[in-house]
Design a protein around this ligand. Structure first.
Ligand code: GLN
Length: 307
């Protein structure tokens, strides 16, 4: 893996290269507050393990982190209860949309992985054993790592809760199998609030930096994850981080990445840097269209890829 070009030049070039790809997707239609976000926004930020930062466009504009928070929730759960997490949720790509229901019934309430909604609900259920407010725990963890005071967008949270029928169905199905142990509504509420954490590209690139630095945060000078856990989190990102488009995403980008329906994406270049990108229009898999192109250009222009 080598970086032969300057990240400032790369970001400037990407901002131009992605322009033709606006208008190809749609903002998340099933969450009214997200459906209404201005689609013509684009930000990108890089944070290196040495602590250097590079940014372009709307890199300091807050957006809804959504499923990107699942990565940090999982990190917290694994730090607290270790491999016991894997008695509640699997580690395989699902090959199905992130909110798919019937696979879960077939597989007796054990979600395929912690990044689909069912798996994230199981992780929230685990965190509810630790705190009454898992959403605040995740918000503060991301804020600590991102060197920022993050907030939960109450309007986004309420907007999703009002339309979270599918997530309620998933949580109730899991409750019936005993793979969720708390009241299903309480789990869904904490999960939706966690998804409504607001973050900027710059903060997100910082927050993910321990995943590129063998578990250490160079920014707050603290070990966040054991090194082995860091490798495992990156493996899960590479194999499950972008749901049922994870194969084509790895083919195009070649970096462990997590998407969110707010239009954010974060990618890890182990031992080197993290990249966060945001553009609100999504493809049918819930991944930012422009964001995916931006990361594809990034790995091509810099030769940064784990593959
Ligand atoms: N809060 C969203 C949901 O549960 C998160 C989905 C996502 O970002 N992929 O549907």
């Amino acid at each position: 893996m080598k970086q032969v070009v300057s990240f400032d030049d790369v970001l400037a070039e990407i901002a131009v290269l992605v322009r033709p790809h606006f208008g190809k997707g749609r903002t998340a239609q099933y969450i009214p507050q997200l459906a209404a976000v201005d689609p013509n926004q684009f930000g990108m930020a890089i944070c290196t393990v040495k602590g250097d930062e590079y940014a372009v466009g709307d890199a300091d504009v807050p957006f809804s982190a959504q499923s990107i928070t699942k990565l940090f929730a999982l990190g917290l759960a694994l730090n607290r209860i270790g491999d016991e997490v894997w008695t509640r949720v699997g580690k395989e790509p699902s090959g199905t949309p992130f909110n798919y229901l019937s696979q879960l019934e077939h597989e007796e309430g054990i979600p395929r992985n912690p990044f689909i909604n069912a798996g994230a609900l199981a992780v929230t259920d685990i965190l509810l054993n630790i705190t009454r407010e898992p959403d605040a725990l995740v918000r503060d963890f991301m804020g600590l790592l991102g060197v920022a005071n993050l907030t939960i967008d109450e309007e986004v949270a309420v907007s999703e809760l009002e339309t979270a029928h599918k997530n309620r169905a998933i949580a109730n199905l899991m409750r019936s199998f005993g793979t969720i142990t708390h009241d299903a509504e309480a789990v869904v509420e904490a999960y939706c609030r966690q998804c409504a954490v607001t973050v900027t590209c710059r903060q997100l690139a910082r927050a993910a930096l321990p995943l590129a630095a063998r578990g250490f945060s160079p920014l707050i000078e603290e070990t966040i994850f054991p090194e082995r856990l860091t490798r495992r989190l990156n493996a899960l990102l590479l194999t499950c981080g972008t749901y049922d488009s994870v194969g084509s995403f790895a083919y195009r980008v070649g970096l462990p990445s997590k998407s969110g329906v707010g239009g954010g994406l974060v990618a890890v270049i182990p031992d080197h840097a993290t990249v966060a990108v945001w553009a609100p229009e999504l493809d049918r898999f819930g991944t930012s269209v422009v964001g995916a192109y931006a990361l594809e250009h990034f790995s091509q222009l810099t030769n940064c890829s784990v593959l």
